[in-house]
Design a protein around this ligand. Structure first.
Ligand code: GLC
Ligand code: CA
Length: 532
């Protein structure tokens, strides 16, 4: 029999950037004990799972996305014992733990890479992608997405190694059977330690063309964009790997894998999801949606239509790589639009992903060039400015450094923490935080909002979105006004009958539907349920 509530499908996932969440020992860097101390906060918020950005030993050339040991915890975050404690404390509160696995590349400080680069005869040589080239040339025309050629010359052996990201992130050779087996061991290791799931970093980048053929040219401004990424990403071998990964996951109860596709269209992202493949994947199109209901609806309809019957959608407004939604949509310190966005995210058919601080409307922190930490920002400033802006310390209260730590935090705290913080919003009944909490509670208590079908009632909307979420027992109506002016929504025959208000940021009772029109206030987000 199918379980009623499946955590990764019917629940809500909250991403933590561990460096910036909570610092327990005052060294300016968040850590596992910090997260443990906030589990009650997270359980009370009402989420079901925590995805932690990487916590393995790392020299931090890409803040944890350059792993030097897959089988340990970085001392700045704690120990394996702290991890075990985190898992058991989280599980006590019905919170699941999702680890971020970065298996496309390691750090150049990984023991494997140190061995590999030491000589051509070393047993680890073939664990990475080594090629030779005539002096002054590159092995082929592949580039690094972070800028410059994808090949780095290594004087010790006179050959080049490939890196899709910074040179300190050499790509592994997934075609080597030992590498492949080792990667499968990484999954087993963390499953045995109690991890409930994984977020797979740039998983469709694992395999490259076996012959290292040149990518064909196309028009583009940056060198990286001036080629079709035919041979350096999305190779068919990935499907075999996903099958093996899935077999391992399925040998444990209720485990989960969500994949971060790299340079993939929505169609390609969708093709990686299903039985024998990933449980879920990301379509990142919400992250670049302008504040326009029609654009959001297009993204939703496309993602939903491309996914197979047995695949499950998910939606995300924020992550550690993109400008925060509060900066994209918020107006000054006004959070009205953020309530509309939150209602959308948490009432769609698909797993919502939240990003730490989203629940209090944290904005991107403004930084001077000298304050940057992200290698991408340091290299390309001012276009792009890098990803630090969305990674600033969590704003817990109005004490020094927002209550994150007493000393200098690794990255500047947003100066608005004096008014925008968890404690202040807990005390304010109309705050964004309370609104998120109510949304999470309503989603959890309303099966139609989890598994019900999604029926749009607006087709080419200019100002509002309206849709139903329906299952055999319940019909829920969601209406969202993207504009600041009052509007009326043509309440067709489907809206006949009696409705009850579940939640609204603008009203406390069901309005009268006059002459077939449902009124909406400016920036109203309301959820109604049909009375049975
Ligand atoms: C993913 C991560 C990003 C990282 C990159 C390389 O895109 O989200 O933060 O820099 O992979 O691992
Ligand atoms: Ca710390």
């Amino acid at each position: 029999m199918e379980k009623d509530f499946l955590w990764w499908r019917d629940g809500v996932i909250y991403q933590i950037y561990p460096r910036s969440f909570a610092d327990s020992n005052n060294d300016g860097i968040g850590d596992l004990q910090g997260i443990i101390s906030k589990l009650d906060y997270l359980a009370d918020l009402g989420v079901d799972a925590l995805w932690l950005s990487p916590i393995y030993p790392s020299p931090d050339r890409d803040f944890g996305y350059d792993v030097s040991d897959y089988f340990d915890i970085d001392p700045k975050y704690g120990t394996l014992a702290d991890f075990d404690q985190l898992v058991s404390e989280a599980h006590k509160r019905n919170l699941h733990i999702i680890l971020d696995l970065v298996l496309n590349h390691t750090s150049d400080q990984s023991e494997w890479f140190k061995q590999s680069r030491s000589s051509k005869e070393n047993p680890y040589r073939d664990w990475y992608l080594w090629r030779s080239a005539p002096k002054g040339q590159q092995p082929n025309n592949w580039h690094s997405v972070f800028g410059g050629p994808g090949w780095q010359y290594d004087a010790a052996t006179g050959e080049y190694y490939f890196h899709m990201f910074v040179p300190e992130q050499p790509d592994l050779n997934w075609r080597n059977p030992q590498v492949y087996q080792k990667m499968m061991d990484v999954f087993r290791f963390w499953l045995e330690r109690g991890a409930d799931g994984f977020r797979l970093d740039v998983f469709n980048e694992y395999f490259k063309d076996a012959q290292f053929r040149d990518n064909p040219p196309k028009l583009g401004i940056r060198a990286f964009d001036a080629q079709v990424h035919k041979y350096d990403v999305s190779q068919p071998e990935m499907f075999t790997a996903l099958k093996d990964i899935r077999t391992i996951l399925d040998s444990y109860p209720e485990r989960y894998a969500v994949g971060e596709t790299f340079l993939a269209s929505t169609e390609e992202a969708a093709a990686y999801i299903g039985p024998n493949k990933l449980h879920a994947g990301f379509d990142f199109n919400f992250l670049s949606c302008p504040w326009n209901p029609q654009r959001f609806l297009k993204v939703i309809m496309k993602w939903d239509s491309l996914l197979a019957e047995d695949a499950w959608p998910n939606y995300v407004l924020n992550n550690h790589d993109q400008r925060r939604s509060a900066s994209r949509y918020g107006q000054g310190e006004n959070d009205e639009r953020l309530k509309v966005a939150a209602t959308l995210l948490l009432t769609l058919r698909g797993t919502p992903f939240l990003y730490y601080g989203e629940e209090i409307g944290m904005r991107n922190v403004p930084l001077k060039r000298s304050e940057l930490q992200d290698p991408v920002g340091i290299r390309f400033w001012p276009i792009p400015v890098g990803r630090d802006g969305c990674r600033s310390p969590m704003q817990w209260n109005d004490h020094k450094n927002a209550g994150f730590c007493e000393t200098m935090p690794w990255l500047k705290v947003h100066p608005d923490f004096v008014i925008r913080n968890v404690t202040a919003q807990q005390a304010e009944p109309d705050s964004l935080l309370h609104f998120y909490k109510k949304l999470l509670a309503i989603r959890k208590a309303t099966p139609a909002l989890q598994k019900g079908s999604f029926v749009p009632l607006t087709y080419e909307p200019r100002r509002l979105l309206a849709y139903l979420r329906q299952d055999a027992e319940q019909t829920v109506l969601v209406v969202l006004n993207f504009g600041k002016r009052k509007v009326r929504f043509a309440a067709g025959p489907r809206l006949r009958g009696d409705w009850q208000l579940l939640l609204s940021n603008k009203r406390s009772s069901v309005p009268a539907i006059k002459d077939g029109w449902l009124p909406l206030m400016g920036n109203e987000a309301s959820i109604y349920i049909r009375k049975s």
